[in-house]
Design a protein around this ligand. Structure first.
Ligand SMILES: [Zn+2]
Length: 409
């Protein structure tokens, strides 16, 4: 086995430093976590790819250097809507209200890049009587959107320079930048096309949450870059924006950034780290986290394996709750595929489909009435209460556990 230092290293995708080092390899994982399959065998045989995560100690970015963008192409079968969860819906509603109030978005124009099914854009427009344009290659026309007529337009395509004639007072882009191999591929052209008074609001998963808190099930092939506040600010500064705010969102699982174009951008090739707002202490702390990551990762995986062996030895029935990316990674990284039969999900669009890579059937919460599980593993700890309530409402009292490392010690 090769040592970490001799693994193929590559330039950082954010700051282009040549010294990014691979610190963990996860091989043969489904390339799509949110592309669900109608057949168990097809699900098991789904396209797979390798994850080789490299860390840049100059800007703090973490990149999957084995990422191959040609393997991915988001289509309408891609289902990543989290809006069925009350906890997530409450967060999205609060965020929309906050943006409308803070930026006085009344009778304004809003563009959303990667709008998914359009729910968030519709909220922003409803709250402030705004008009909106949403871009998403996976957008599916929905009947309830037709009532918006010309006020909200959805374009079933990736956003690109060819749409430069659309201008907005706010450009919103949530959970997209981490899917793009070089952040400059989106931020650079956008900087050239938008007018100087535009505010950008971007939201991405928080790498600190994943790599410091060991939320290892958040690592997925579709994410080629993992950002911290520092590397996210760096990416914006290097592409000609000034950051006005970076903050934690959704219990620290996400970070958001607000930025505006600057008239005279700093050139990333000559700009010093300090000029680009790099927080050196934050980088040093993250460097320590990354150095310990591989050992802690192996330990966490091993602890789950031991726990499952014990449960299955006692003949317990175990299900996971949440067939999103966390659930898919969890089932694929642990080798007990055939012993867990079901993944529960409240999103009806996921039900009766199969988990990529491992092939569990995704079922509705009501299916648990008949199955009566002994243990329910809640994939997102933030949903623990809502899952407990749903089980109680059905008169079920299984043991409910979460996947955050703290509660499993
Ligand atoms: Zn870097």
């Amino acid at each position: 086995m090769r040592s970490i230092n001799s693994m193929s290293d590559r330039a950082c995708c954010v700051c282009h430093s040549p010294s990014a080092n691979v610190f963990i390899e996860l091989l043969n994982l489904p390339v799509y976590c949110n592309l669900l399959w109608s057949d168990a065998q097809q699900a098991k045989d789904c396209p797979k790819g390798d994850i080789r995560l490299a860390y840049c100690d100059r800007c703090g970015a973490i990149t999957n250097v084995a990422f191959d963008p040609t393997r991915l192409g988001y289509s309408q079968e891609y289902e990543n809507s989290l809006h069925y969860s009350p906890r997530f819906q409450a967060y999205a509603d609060e965020l929309a209200q906050r943006l409308v109030t803070k930026h006085q978005l009344y009778d304004k124009k809003i563009i959303e890049i990667g709008c998914g099914k359009g729910d968030f854009l519709v909220s922003l427009c409803q709250l402030g009587n705004n008009s909106g344009i949403g871009f998403d290659n996976s957008y599916i026309e929905r009947e309830e959107h037709s009532e918006w007529g010309d006020r909200i337009q959805f374009i079933q395509d990736f956003y690109s320079e060819r749409y430069a004639h659309y201008q907005g007072d706010l450009i919103c882009c949530r959970q997209v930048l981490e899917h793009i191999q070089q952040p400059a591929d989106l931020l650079g052209p956008l900087r050239k096309t938008i007018n100087p008074s535009t505010t950008l609001f971007f939201e991405v998963p928080n790498a600190l949450y994943t790599f410091r808190n060991m939320m290892i099930w958040d690592i997925i092939y579709e994410h080629c870059t993992y950002f911290t506040a520092t590397s996210l600010s760096y990416a914006f500064a290097a592409n000609g924006y000034q950051t006005s705010e970076v903050q934690d969102e959704f219990g620290g699982q996400f970070i958001s950034i607000e930025a505006q174009p600057v008239l005279e951008p700093v050139s990333p090739s000559i700009g010093l780290e300090a000029d680009l707002g790099v927080d050196l202490r934050a980088i040093a702390d993250l460097t320590t986290d990354i150095a310990q990551f591989k050992d802690r990762f192996q330990l966490q995986k091993q602890q789950w394996q031991v726990r499952f062996d014990a449960l299955f030895a006692e003949g317990k029935k175990v299900v996971i709750w949440g067939a999103g990316s966390k659930g898919v990674t969890f089932l694929n990284l642990l080798t007990m595929q055939d012993r867990i039969e079901y993944a529960v999900d409240i999103n009806p669009r996921k039900q009766n489909k199969f988990i990529p890579g491992t092939g569990q059937k995704i079922v509705s919460p009501e299916a648990m009435l008949h199955y009566s599980p002994d243990v329910v593993i809640v994939m997102n700890p933030l949903y623990q209460q809502e899952v407990k309530s749903a089980l109680q409402a059905m008169g079920l009292t299984p043991q409910v556990v979460t996947t955050d490392s703290d509660s499993n010690r």
